[in-house]
Design a protein around this ligand. Structure first.
Ligand SMILES: [Zn+2]
Length: 198
């Protein structure tokens, strides 16, 4: 603990530093080299990180267990609350932006991921490279990732965020935090990035 008498000047210095540091790095965009090295094209590979082509986000639950469907719906409502994004659960795969499914692929250290679907339409250039539709895959072989409501909601929030173009966040309060978390929500920075893009 710091000594009490240093609190005044130290606090003043910290406020100045924090104010100068409020310009945060972008956590939005497709695979520029600075995000993934090497940069990865929009394709059917779990390394793909490509944005959606617009903020109207239609998703179709192709094959999803009940609790992950519920988590996906929670994520959808989370993003629907972002000013410039609208999400819709579709009853058909036709023309949707995201196709959601369970997949027991068991990729090392990955509990869920997104990638461009087979035959996806691609366009744009980094950091605005897009593909539609995208697959959102939950790896059910990693059962430990899905045994609490918080984990499921957080994973669904992060994966849907990826399909909209959000990258990982350094904020532990965001579902876009790099490592596994039980935070289901977005932080203001995530919302600002989405609203700035769409
Ligand atoms: Zn992620």
């Amino acid at each position: 603990m710091r000594r009490r008498r240093t609190v005044g000047p130290v606090a003043g210095a910290l406020i100045a530093v924090l104010a100068a540091g409020t310009v945060m790095a972008s956590n939005f965009g497709s695979n520029t080299a600075s995000y993934l090295t090497p940069a990865h094209q929009c394709d059917t590979d779990a390394s793909s990180q490509c944005i959606a082509n617009n903020g109207s986000h239609f998703w179709y639950p192709y094959n999803v267990t009940t609790n992950l469907l519920a988590a996906t719906r929670t994520a959808s409502s989370t993003y629907d609350a972002v000013t410039d994004v609208a999400t819709y659960e579709s009853s058909s795969s036709s023309g949707v932006d995201v196709i959601v499914m369970d997949d027991p692929t068991n990729l090392p250290n990955i509990v869920a991921w997104t990638e461009c679907a087979d035959g996806a339409t691609t366009g744009g250039t980094d950091p605005n490279a897009y593909c539609v539709p995208q697959w959102l895959r939950y790896d059910l072989s990693d059962t430990s990732a899905y045994d609490t409501l918080g984990e499921r909601n957080s994973i669904a929030c992060q994966e849907m965020g990826h399909t909209l173009g959000l990258r990982h966040s350094s904020s532990t309060s965001s579902c876009m935090y790099t490592n596994r978390t039980t935070q289901a929500g977005l932080v203001q920075h995530d919302k600002d990035e989405l609203n700035a893009h769409y």
